[in-house]
Design a protein around this ligand. Structure first.
Ligand SMILES: Cc1cc2nc3c(=O)[nH]c(=O)nc-3n(C[C@H](O)[C@H](O)[C@H](O)COP(=O)(O)O)c2cc1C
Length: 396
């Protein structure tokens, strides 16, 4: 066992929530809050996790089976667990291994990885690191020229699908980022940075790793024609540049020609529109409570979307997944698989690649235990008969 895997082993880390205080101790406040926080009053952020307690299980007792089958298929890929690691921007600030470490851990575990446009590592290195399916999440940062170039690079590198995030016409206001000086630290001049430096200097371990990694990374996958890679910009500026419209989607589809997943669907209308526009899957998502505060928790939005989709395309969901029981509930309610964001990002921040391995291991053992306790031998066997859903969820 290495030092970093010991740091995230039981009994220090027994569940995903246990990573959080370790991440908080390791990261400067600005980076921790960027990872942990949400938009405005963080109502949707909290609701994403809380909502799972509104759905309760209906187990089948006194059944036993020799093995649990945790496999599922997403976009034709066989996954060992119904999980993909969600796109998480600025992962390289959480740990120098960043996106490469997360993709490697995902591949080793036999699950999918989705690389954010806001990546500090080159997409080719991320793809080369993973032995599993890797998807590219597209923001239109840098304009259509940059998008054209990155779509071609993703195709050549062997990315299997494009994930188009549609809930970022502008950035949600993440108030913690403003208070912590995230903008000044990332793109401000030396004088602007000074008031915010103590929080960085108080994390010497993180600072050493950051400096050894070359300091602030750029955005090597956002290459503006004639200008080169974009420098790292703060998240509000990044997302202000990344709005995607349905009209863009047609243009993207002609360039990419492979499978497209729409991420950020919360209504039956957007689900139907995604199908009409040729998406092969959608993720029911509110961006982890980081965009419009006051939208429903993802799990709460799922029934309307399932009803609208009528089995025509694959439904993924993300938001608030912290335990295997959360995954089981989402699948019982019609999701084929889930995307995990903070669940692995806390692990990455706490222990680098070993932390991501540990996060996936926790979710795997959770899933196996949950299936056994439910009396259901396989993920494929999970359905609405295993859960009680509040009556008010049935109709809008
Ligand atoms: C720190 C952080 C950065 C994120 N960056 C992106 C991104 O670059 N692109 C994107 O589509 N979603 C991004 N998301 C949203 C996630 O992909 C996912 O929707 C969300 O994390 C799910 O909620 P959860 O964290 O509760 O699992 C980010 C989320 C976090 C926490």
């Amino acid at each position: 066992m290495t030092r970093s895997s010991r740091a995230v082993a039981s009994p220090r880390v027994v569940c995903i929530e246990d990573f959080r205080p370790i991440a908080r101790r390791r990261l400067p406040k600005s980076v921790f809050d960027y990872l942990d926080g949400g938009a405005e009053g963080e109502v949707t952020l909290r609701e994403n996790c809380r909502i799972f307690s509104d759905v309760t299980f209906r187990p089948r007792h006194a059944v036993s089976f020799p093995a649990c089958d945790l496999h599922t298929r997403v976009l034709g890929f066989d996954l060992s667990l119904p999980i993909l690691l969600a796109p998480v921007g600025y992962s390289r600030l959480m740990h120098p291994g960043g996106e490469v470490a997360a993709a490697r851990a995902a591949g080793r575990a036999g699950i999918g990885y989705i690389l954010s446009t806001i990546s500090g590592h080159k997409l080719e290195d991320v793809k080369a690191g993973s032995s599993g399916p890797v998807f590219y999440q597209l923001y239109l940062m840098g304009g259509r020229g940059a998008a054209e170039a990155v779509i071609e690079r993703a195709r050549v590198a062997g990315f299997s699908a494009l994930v188009v995030t549609i809930d970022t016409p502008v950035s949600g206001i993440r108030e913690r980022d403003y208070r912590n000086g995230m903008k000044e630290l990332i793109s401000g001049g030396p004088l602007e940075k000074i008031p915010f430096l103590p929080q960085v200097l108080s994390r010497p371990g993180w600072l050493l790793g950051f400096l050894q990694d070359g300091g602030l990374p750029g955005l090597p996958n956002v290459v503006v024609p004639g200008k080169g890679p974009m420098p790292l910009v703060d998240v509000a500026a990044a997302l202000a540049e990344s709005a995607v419209t349905w009209a863009d989607l047609r243009w993207i589809r002609e360039l990419w020609r492979g499978p497209i997943v729409m991420k950020g669907v919360l209504t039956g209308d957007d689900a139907r529109r995604s199908i009409d526009e040729g998406a092969v899957a959608i993720s029911v998502s509110n961006h982890g409570g980081r965009q419009l505060d006051g939208v429903p928790a993802s799990l709460r939005a799922l029934p309307e979307v399932v009803e609208a989709v009528k089995g025509r395309i694959e439904i993924l969901m993300d938001g608030g997944i912290r335990r295997g029981t959360d995954i089981a509930k989402a699948i019982c309610m019609g999701a084929r698989a889930v995307l995990c964001g903070r669940a692995y990002a806390y692990g990455l921040a706490a222990g680098g690649e070993a932390g991501v391995d540990r996060a996936i291991e926790i979710l795997r053992t959770d899933m196996e235990r949950t299936l056994r306790l439910l009396g259901c031998p396989s993920i494929a066997g999970l359905d609405r008969s295993y859960v009680n859903v509040p009556k008010s969820w049935e109709s809008r």
